[in-house]
Design a protein around this ligand. Structure first.
Ligand SMILES: Cc1cc2nc3c(=O)[nH]c(=O)nc-3n(C[C@H](O)[C@H](O)[C@H](O)COP(=O)(O)OP(=O)(O)OC[C@H]3O[C@@H](n4cnc5c(N)ncnc54)[C@H](O)[C@@H]3O)c2cc1C
Length: 276
């Protein structure tokens, strides 16, 4: 069977791992090199290679309340959204995988065909040469329809090793360093920060979509504008694809913000098992 994986983000990595598990060969085609930096509260819940228990401990806390958190994120609060928020009801600890330990080694020496941004027609043309295509980004058609639901919000990330090496304002940053990995959800409405986390060598500050950080605030940090969608965004019809053998995989392709990257593994195994 000839399989193409479109994209080189976390979902594409999990699709490829699922193909390997079922001894299916694949080509990876993407407009950018693999994603090797993960801003904000990002971690993985499954390692298909080992299937062992994860080793990274993350302490998850909150301050303020869930209504304040949702209001900072979206201005208004629909009661239904309370069902979909990840704001923690109580402090707890999760065991997870460090994405840098799984995805960096995964992408090392992988052959990726780098091309321009694919249009839906390009995807349909590629699909003619394959039995199955896994597309991990949104179709052009869905992007047009879903435009009103899309937002972007800023995350500022500081590399802890660089902070310590540069010793710039080190006292300021060290006050935010903890011995443990953590993620703090912030529902206090007096400022624009929504989450602060210290994860895998970085401190991340996530801000409301209504806030534009100044250079003075950013300092030595790296800003990433992260796409997100409103909680009531409708899912895209999975049959509405550029060609019949194309499968949409991942939260952006499916327009479902509850999808995490490891779901791509299970979804791909299901699709492949039906075809093999
Ligand atoms: C702050 C934050 C925290 C999150 N926390 C978690 C978490 O803890 N765990 C988790 O699993 N998920 C989490 N998510 C969701 C996470 O972002 C997604 O699961 C993951 O990044 C989606 O990966 P993806 O591979 O589906 O898409 P992307 O990372 O967007 O990858 C898409 C790929 O397709 C390529 N591409 C895009 N358009 C085209 C085109 N037209 N032609 C060719 N190539 C193209 C891109 O270059 C990229 O390689 C979080 C998201 C945010 C914002």
């Amino acid at each position: 069977m000839k399989v193409a994986i479109l994209g080189a983000g976390p979902s594409a990595a999990y699709v490829a791992m699922a193909c390997t598990k079922l001894s299916v060969k694949y080509d990876i085609i993407s407009s950018r090199s693999p994603t090797l930096f993960f801003p904000g509260a990002f971690w993985l819940r499954q390692d298909p290679w080992t299937h062992t228990t994860p080793t990274a401990k993350i302490h998850i806390y909150s301050t303020g309340d869930v209504i304040g958190y949702l209001r900072k994120q979206w201005k208004m609060v629909d009661p239904d959204w309370l069902l979909y928020t990840s704001f923690p009801e109580a402090a707890h600890t999760e065991l997870v995988w460090d994405p840098y330990k799984i995805l960096k080694p995964f992408w090392k020496n992988k052959n990726i065909l780098l091309i321009k941004d694919l249009s839906d027609q390009d995807t349909a043309d590629i699909a003619e040469g394959y039995d199955l295509v896994f597309m991990t980004f949104a179709t052009q058609e869905s992007k047009k329809t879903m435009k009103p639901f899309v937002i972007k919000y800023p995350i500022i990330s500081y590399n802890i090793e660089e902070i310590i090496a540069n010793k710039n304002d080190v006292d300021l940053y060290l006050t935010k360093l903890s011995k443990n990995e953590y993620c703090l959800y912030d529902g206090d409405t007096g400022h624009y920060i929504t989450r602060v986390s210290q994860l895998f060598g970085y401190i991340h500050f996530e801000y409301s979509q209504y806030y534009i950080p100044t250079q003075e605030l950013i300092g030595d940090g790296k800003v990433t504008w992260v796409p997100d969608t409103y909680p009531d965004t409708p899912e895209w019809d999975l049959q509405d694809v550029p060609a019949n053998n194309v499968h949409l995989i991942g939260r952006h392709a499916q327009w479902n913000r509850k999808i995490l990257s490891y779901h791509a593994y299970e979804q791909t195994i299901d699709i492949l098992e039906q075809k093999l």
